[in-house]
Design a protein around this ligand. Structure first.
Ligand code: AMP
Ligand code: GLY
Length: 704
């Protein structure tokens, strides 16, 4: 006889639960708010009704003689569905209404943890009277304001993000008190969030699922409004790349203590999911919230990995017998990506979509339907998340590719986050935690001030790169964003036939200085320019000019002299190089360091490189050895005929390519580098690794 199971809920989370229940050999009875096409296909019977219509769900359960119920979302829990089902003799995976306060009342959970001395809470206070929070807001300085009640994740406001002053925060507290009994004000923490979902039987038995990280922001790079969750990932060792085993142990310990405290406090058994929203901070593992249900999308990461029969797991949970059950997960990484309607979450546009399938399109991802509507002519989105795809593989990156492939095949007015689960984004999390825990400290290459960054330009030739920098400067000024300003132009040659410095300075009304280096050496009785002591003396004079103009950085724009300590020791100095400085030779050195102009391209072509790029870099005492900052897009090199070319032809081709690389490489990458510096977006750690937008870029940032 198959176990008859009631499943309440109709999202992708419930679709994943339904799959696990079917795989466990049960007969599925689905009570859904929206007709989920995935659940509909595998359910024995289903009905549609409001999520919190407890009476309707219980009636459906009784009519079908179900033995056990699994509750997906929070709304029916908050409405007391478990209390009613248990009265009808139906076992439940899900807490009673009283115990569901773990999720429905942040105040309840905080007070409970405080009363039982459970570690991990941010500093907090709960207010029930208007204006009472004023002093506490001032005291905390940076804080988070949360309504005490269910808000669908939307009511939480954070200082500096949604709240720009204490007055605004107090207004928001007062506004909350119009519709809620209490408001929670707590310290704002900095760290990386993760979800630990735990099944508990209210009898000391626990199953901790693999840790998962969700992504709340709508758009790539964690930008845009908060959503229900755009996707999530988990790792094959059940930790996350920024978490240690001890971190996860600590989170488990907190949840187990909270479960024990719930039992003591209420003398009833919490049977169901305790989903902890934790944060790894510099001060250890902190608890932000509990949910009384599986996470959506987090359920989709962990349930497909469960090797143990899920129906048995549910029965053991409901019967208080989890301790006796050995539960196993597959050691695989997972990435889940949600495809959502365009405009989601603020102004979702409903429309027809085509969803790829394993059968027709050979996708390797699991497909979970969420809030979609199946009509006669196909599947339509609604106002919420549409379809989720889950990739499962040995590594997060491999799982990401599987999920991404499927998500990008959905046709219709939809979008998804391409970055979830990618190495770059995961690495960003790792770096964030490293910095917080003091393992890495970042120093901005230039720290923005209230006035524009002052740039001193050094040049010896035509100055075409400087022109592009000046053009960007003007463009930004017109947009009201005066990020940087070229305050002086310096040249080492008085020969105005080869050097445009004076002309450009006059054109842009910038201070101009010339100190002809040949004359300088000649005056001192040297015939060549090699003596470094003299060079340092020369640079010391230049440095005086830089100080006079309060220059923040030096930008070399076709400057033909080597620069020495008096300048580079005191001023961040950057340069653009018409070659890909990242490419290494056999001995690990930079293959294209030291070469100039079209020589770089010629060398690249002879070496058989298929493309050329420009790189910007920090200038150090060793020519072209400083860290790479930005890397331009490539210029393709056609090298098929170069073997038959003579020297002269080769020079000509190289020259043409160089012109192209100037336009598509140097002139793009150099102004952008100056801009990013001025915006404080470039930094280095103590080992000298460059970071762009807080992301480690061992090899420079490639321009997209
Ligand atoms: P909650 O509903 O409590 O999980 O809050 C929703 C979101 O607000 C969390 O996922 C966090 O991103 C953010 N948040 C909540 N509490 C804090 C806190 N104490 N410090 C920083 N961010 C928080
Ligand atoms: N993953 C967010 C939630 O389920 O609440």
């Amino acid at each position: 006889m198959k176990t008859k199971v009631l499943l309440v809920g109709s999202g992708a989370r419930e679709h994943a639960i339904a799959d696990a229940l079917i795989a466990g050999g049960s007969e599925l009875y689905a009570y859904m708010q929206l007709l989920n096409p995935g659940i509909k296909r595998i359910a024995k019977t289903f009905t549609v009704g409001k999520a919190d219509d407890v009476a309707a769900a219980v009636k459906f359960a009784k009519e079908n003689g179900v033995e056990i119920a699994v509750i997906g979302p929070e709304a029916p829990l908050a409405a007391g569905i478990v209390d009613e089902l248990e009265k009808a003799g139906i076992k439940c995976v899900g807490p009673t209404r009283q115990l569901a306060q773990l999720e429905t009342s942040k105040g309840f959970t905080r007070n409970l943890m405080q009363k039982y001395g459970i570690e991990g809470l941010p500093r907090f206070r709960i207010f029930t009277k208007k204006n009472a929070a004023a002093d506490y807001l001032k005291e905390l300085g940076s804080y988070v304001v949360k309504p005490d009640g269910l808000t669908g994740g939307k009511g939480v406001k954070v200082s500096g993000e949604h709240l720009s002053s204490n007055d605004e925060a107090l207004d928001y507290c007062n506004e909350i008190l119009n519709s809620h009994n209490a408001v929670v004000v707590e310290e704002k923490l900095d760290g990386e969030e993760f979800s630990l979902q735990t099944l508990t039987d209210g009898n000391g038995g626990f199953i901790h699922f693999p840790a998962v990280q969700d992504h709340k922001r709508a758009f790539d790079g964690d930008t845009g409004p908060n959503t229900g969750g755009m996707g999530s990932y988990s790792d094959s060792n059940f930790l996350l790349p920024f978490l240690t085993a001890e971190d996860v142990e600590q989170a488990k310990k907190i949840t187990e203590k909270v479960a024990a405290a719930l039992k003591k406090e209420t003398r009833t058994s919490y049977k169901g999911i305790m989903y902890g929203g934790f944060m790894k901070t510099a001060a250890g593992i902190k608890l932000l919230e509990y949910n009384a249900r599986f996470g959506d999308p987090e359920a989709m990461n962990v349930l497909p990995l469960l090797k143990t029969n899920f129906v048995e797991v549910c029965e053991a949970t409901a019967e208080g017998k989890l301790s006796g059950l050995k539960v196993e997960f597959e050691n695989k990484a997972t990435v889940c990506k949600y495809v959502v309607p365009e405009g989601y979450p603020d102004n979702p546009v409903i429309g027809k979509i085509e969803v790829p399938s394993v059968e027709k399109d050979c996708i390797k991802a699991l497909v979970y339907y969420a809030a979609v509507e199946e009509k006669a002519d196909g599947v339509y989105t609604t106002k919420s998340r549409g379809v989720a795809f889950v990739g499962i593989a040995d590594t997060i990156s491999a799982a990401e590719k599987i999920a991404e492939e499927a998500a990008s095949m959905v046709k219709g007015g939809v979008f998804h986050r391409k970055d979830i689960g990618t190495w770059q984004l995961v690495q960003k999390r790792v770096e964030h935690v490293k910095r917080l825990t003091g393992k890495t400290t970042l120093k901005l290459l230039y720290t923005p001030k209230s006035e524009p960054m002052k740039v001193a330009a050094f040049m010896s030739g035509s100055g075409s790169n400087l022109r592009r920098i000046l053009e960007l400067q003007q463009q930004l000024k017109q947009q009201g964003k005066e990020l940087f300003k070229v305050v002086m132009i310096f040249t080492d040659t008085a020969d105005e036939k080869i050097c445009n410095a004076k002309k450009i300075a006059a054109e842009y009304k910038v201070a101009y200085y010339c100190n002809d280096i040949r004359e300088y050496y000649a005056k001192l009785g040297y015939s060549d320019k090699k003596d470094m002591k003299i060079r340092q003396q020369y640079d010391a004079e230049t440095a005086k000019l830089l100080r006079m103009h309060k220059a923040d950085i030096v930008a070399l724009c076709g400057y033909m002299s080597i620069i020495t300590k008096p300048v580079i020791g005191s001023f961040l100095t950057v340069n653009v190089h018409p070659a890909d400085l990242r490419i290494k030779d056999e001995s690990g050195g930079r293959k294209y360091a030291g070469c100039m102009g079209s020589e770089c391209i010629k060398k690249a072509m002879i070496n058989g490189e298929k493309e050329a790029r420009s790189t910007t870099h920090i200038v150090t005492e060793n020519v072209d050895q400083g860290q790479v900052l930005l890397v331009s897009k490539p210029v393709r090199l056609d090298i098929t005929n170069i073997r038959s070319s003579n020297e002269e032809e080769l020079d000509k081709i190289a020259h043409e390519y160089q012109e192209k690389l100037k336009e598509q490489g140097d002139w793009k990458v150099y102004p952008e580098t100056i801009k990013m510096l001025a915006e404080g977006r470039l930094a280095a750690d103590e080992k000298g690794t460059i970071y762009a937008d807080e992301e480690a870029r061992q090899n420079g940032l490639e321009m997209g």
